[in-house]
Write a protein that binds this ligand. Sequence first.
Ligand SMILES: [Fe+2]
Length: 347
Amino acid sequence: MRNDKKLVLIVDDEKDIREILAETLEGLDFEYMTACDGEEAMDCIKQHNDIIDVVICDLKMPKVSGDQVIAYGAKNYPLIPIIILTGFAQLDMALDHMRLGAFDYMTKPFRVKELLLLLNRALEMRQLQEDKIAYQNTLEIRVEEATQALHNQVVQTVSSFILAIEAKDRYTQGHSKRVAEYSTLMAKKLGLSEDEQANLLYAAQLHDIGKIGISEQLLNKPGKLNKVEYETIKTHPSKGVKILEPLDFLGHLLPAVEFHHEWFDGSGYPKGLAKDKIPFLARIIAVCDTFDAMTSERSYRKPLPLKIAIEEIKEGSATQFDPLVVTAFLEIFEETLEQQMLEKGAT
Ligand SMILES: [Fe+2]
């Protein structure tokens, strides 16, 4: 176990200097280690970097010189301060070495008072740097915790909203979940970033949240809707935005919710946006949403067979849907979706 004494590595090729320094340090209540050239110094730093507090290093030494020790220490163990010990004639060099990463310099012959002052400053600086690193680490942990808490909040909020939507409209039970599942496959197929994948998942789950604001009678009405009723249904994306707007942490999902009924050719609602004016996530949800609407039971009809539904999606390419998204959807359908759905009883 370490005691409270600080440990100084003395690096000098002159035995006398090493001995004087060692004796002085002992008198000042420091512990020490010695190295008689640069090579030994680097070995020693490598092996004992966890216990060395400060290095005092000569510049001119045979084999490996002091500048190499400084560069090695600054690169690999930047927390250990290195004090250069130099003859007056080498002062210019000493200043250059400080630029390389040495903490300060001291000329030979040194004075005890000066040595103590330098060591204390070096130790103080080291402590400050260690405190700074510890603070940064704590900060990083706190940011991570806050991000996780926010994420959990999103997940919980989204889950309660889904329950609320599905409680109203029995025909769309599981719809949000399925649209989210198809969207997740699409996100991977389209190579979205992890953040965008998560946004798409939440937006897909929430896309019909505005239906909370539409009467149950209308949502569950068997048979065709009249014009007024259809216009009322068409208000659900804007209603969804109104519901989610007060929740700042879901703000980034609003465009996908608001525009999931826009058509690629500009003939959709609520704004009649076209092509890349429609947010990309909304264009993905549009395909997944329509496909699920066709392949699940509605108040006015039975599920359509998969082949017919997929033909409808193909037909809608470039008019209702972004062709790029349709291509990706056809790929996931062929690769996994068709099989999965047939296994679950689709026709
Ligand atoms: Fe919708």
